[in-house]
Design a protein. Sequence first.
Length: 272
Amino acid sequence: MPRPIEISGLGLFSARPARLEIRPSDSGGIRFVDASGRMGTPATIAHQRTSQGPLGGRNTVLGDERFSVATVEHCMSALAGLNIWHAEIAVDGGELPILDGSASGFADALRGVRSAPGSPIRLRSSVRVEHASSGAWIEASPSDRILYRYELRYPAGSGLPDQDYAWDGSAASYSGQIAPARTFSLEAEALAMRAAGLFPHLTARDMLVIAPDGSAIENAFRFPEEPARHKLLDLIGDLALLGGPLIADVTAHKSSHALTHELCRRIAGARP
């Protein structure tokens, strides 16, 4: 068996030290456990729970009242992006480290890891979830290959132009073109969160903050469409809660974690 992979840093929401140990395996799916290994949760949509607090819904949380782990989407994205579908992940701290806001820290640590393939998930018909008031939607359609696309649409004056980005399911394109894309916020959002006492451990040099003119404050974009690439990164991580690769055409338009979770529930419920 490969040696465990250790990753540590600070939690995005908790601001507390966070450490995890990834133990790749050849069976059992992906499972998060506590540091003792006595409590845990499968990384599946059946175990997704709504995060609490003023920013509920802005990350993906798994578990129950006894054990939960927060902000798993970047790690799950890296695992799925590299086609790793079996691993035990021991977490010390209750939240995964945010690192630089991207999935590169996870993907780089997992480079070269191999596991048995996940069971592919195929659709008999299209599945679509919409959010009427925002105009957001996500749709998965039957296909013989993976093609996931994110369409980012922010209001005029936000500083973010319309951006699209797609992933073809390959590990190479994931590692080089998607994993490095960082989480972001608009300047107005960042100021409001700081006024509410949130994220005191972070500055614009640590996380990508976008000014009304579209520039990165005290920072620089890694890609022209980095925000769309990061939304795609999150989409890949949340779709991985199906427990195996979704072989489908997926288009997400302005969608959120919550819409992807609902899509996964619909797909999981439709499976025989």
